[in-house]
Design a protein around this ligand. Structure first.
Ligand code: ARG
Length: 461
């Protein structure tokens, strides 16, 4: 059988392996509701251009409504001869409207402008769902921060003990990056909100169809400026693939910490039973599978981004069939995040922190050494000298196997005459944290203001 869409110049239909290679309905069927919405909008501009009568338009809309219901109920599904979702739905329309009327809808449009438009529509809806899922994780982090406002922990760099910080400050750092991802999705939408419909195959339409009317009908801000760009560009897909990967990467950084924090060696946190798994052989095990799947899926999301970029690289303008490879990676990235985000939010919301243990370890590893150096600076000692003196304090404490606060007045004085017993005022975790009170710092007042601003931003995101 010769294809219903382009049979005219062909004496035979495609070879079976050709048809199988070409087939995309097993994934692009997701676009079916958008395709039908696009067809309705297209029918209306055909009518405005005088290419359909009032009666034909209402017949067309009726047939499209029926088709939509049949697609939704599963009554109408693609068959092997339907190359893609657009082909299948054209067949469905002709079945319902008859070949005479049904055959009029294709005027002035191409699958090239159709697919570029529908893919944007699908992604714009997906971006809103993903944003909501990310905001649930942000909310969980904010709620944990609010309940642990007084809790302290050893902040780390290079995974080595660095300086004490508030647990809430640390959790909010993760929330900040995720909230930026939500901002990124919203910002991406400004560029994605232009409709390629009316670009035709590449050169635009000669039939007096109004791309702005279709764009408005389909919820876009307007039509694209250039029909070649409209059909050939997929940077909108690559850009959101990046944002989705970034979400995955940001989640993986939280995940990695949850994995570390829940080890017997750290014991900073315990997973709720509902968000952990056991072992089939080791009865004692409680495994952080949500976090590990987040870490694993982040690799998959990065793969989807790099695969798409490789597909786009060096493609000449305008449309090439390579572009059919754009959809699966994006469908996959969105669907993986839709699976992951609710579980991730649940895991974060129910994590129980051992704040006593975190507090006990906050000064370990000489995390107050910087406080000694900065105290000396406040006494007028040049920082280079102060750093050296604080380093000597660490060496002295380390060699005796004690903490910095355990050094005697004589030991301090022996290291530097500027190290008077007053230095002890900064040798507590609370004192150290309270002293970092500039905007963005870990002092309790700054952190609670930060939390308030974050919650306000999340509410309007
Ligand atoms: N299914 C194609 C895609 O996803 C659209 C069809 C365009 N095909 C064509 N021969 N111009 O990109």
């Amino acid at each position: 059988k010769v294809s219903s869409l382009w049979g005219g110049r062909f004496a035979s239909g495609p070879a079976e392996a050709m048809a199988r290679l070409s087939l995309s309905t097993h994934f692009d069927w997701r676009l079916a509701p958008y395709d039908i919405a696009g067809s309705r909008a297209h029918a209306r501009v055909l009518k405005s251009a005088g290419l359909l009568t009032d009666e034909e338009l209402s017949g067309m809309i009726k047939a499209l409504d029926e088709l939509e219901a049949d697609v939704a109920s599963g009554e109408f599904t693609p068959v092997l001869e339907d190359e893609d979702v657009h082909t299948a739905l054209e067949r469905g329309l002709i079945d319902r409207a008859g070949p005479e009327l049904g055959g009029k809808l294709r005027a002035g449009r191409s699958r090239n402008d159709q697919v570029a438009t529908l893919f944007r529509m699908w992604l714009r809806d997906a971006a809103r769902r993903v944003s909501a899922g990310v905001l649930d994780v942000v909310d969980a982090l904010a709620a944990q921060s609010a309940t642990h406002m007084g809790a302290v922990m050893p902040g780390r760099t290079h995974l080595q003990s660095a300086q004490p910080v508030l647990l809430a400050h640390h959790l909010l750092a993760h929330a900040q990056s995720l909230l930026r991802d939500v901002d990124r999705l919203r910002d991406w939408d400004k560029r994605a909100a232009l409709s390629p419909y009316g670009s035709g195959a590449l050169a635009g339409s000669s039939l007096g169809l109004d791309p702005a009317a279709v764009a408005a009908d389909l919820g876009f801000d307007g039509p694209v400026e250039n029909s070649i760009d409209g059909t050939a560009s997929r940077d909108f897909a690559a850009e959101i693939a990046f944002v989705l990967s970034m979400i995955g990467v940001n989640l993986s950084r939280i995940a990695e910490e949850v994995i570390i924090w829940t080890t017997a060696e750290f014991r900073f946190a315990v997973l709720d039973d509902a968000w952990a798994t056991g072992s089939s052989i080791m009865p004692q095990k409680k495994n952080p599978d949500v976090a590990e799947l987040a870490r694993g899926k982040s690799g998959r999301l990065i793969g989807n981004l790099t695969g798409l970029l490789a597909t786009l690289k060096a493609q000449p303008l305008a449309y090439n069939r390579d572009l059919q490879e754009d959809k699966e990676p994006l469908f996959d990235s969105v669907e993986q995040l839709e699976l992951l985000l609710p579980a991730f939010a649940g895991m974060v919301a129910t994590l129980r922190f051992d704040t006593d243990r975190m507090a006990a370890l906050a000064p370990a590893g000489f995390t107050l050494a910087t406080d000694i150096a900065e105290w000396l600076v406040r006494q007028g000692v040049p920082f280079r000298v102060a750093h050296e003196a604080a380093g000597s304090c660490v060496r002295a404490a380390e060699s005796r196997g004690v903490g910095l606060e355990d050094l005697s007045d004589e030991e301090f004085a022996g290291i530097s005459p500027a190290l008077t017993p007053d230095v002890r005022t900064v040798l507590t975790v609370e004192g150290s944290i309270a002293s970092r009170n500039a905007h963005g710092g870990t002092a309790p007042d700054r952190v609670s203001e930060q939390l308030d601003r974050l919650v306000a931003r999340a509410r309007t995101a």
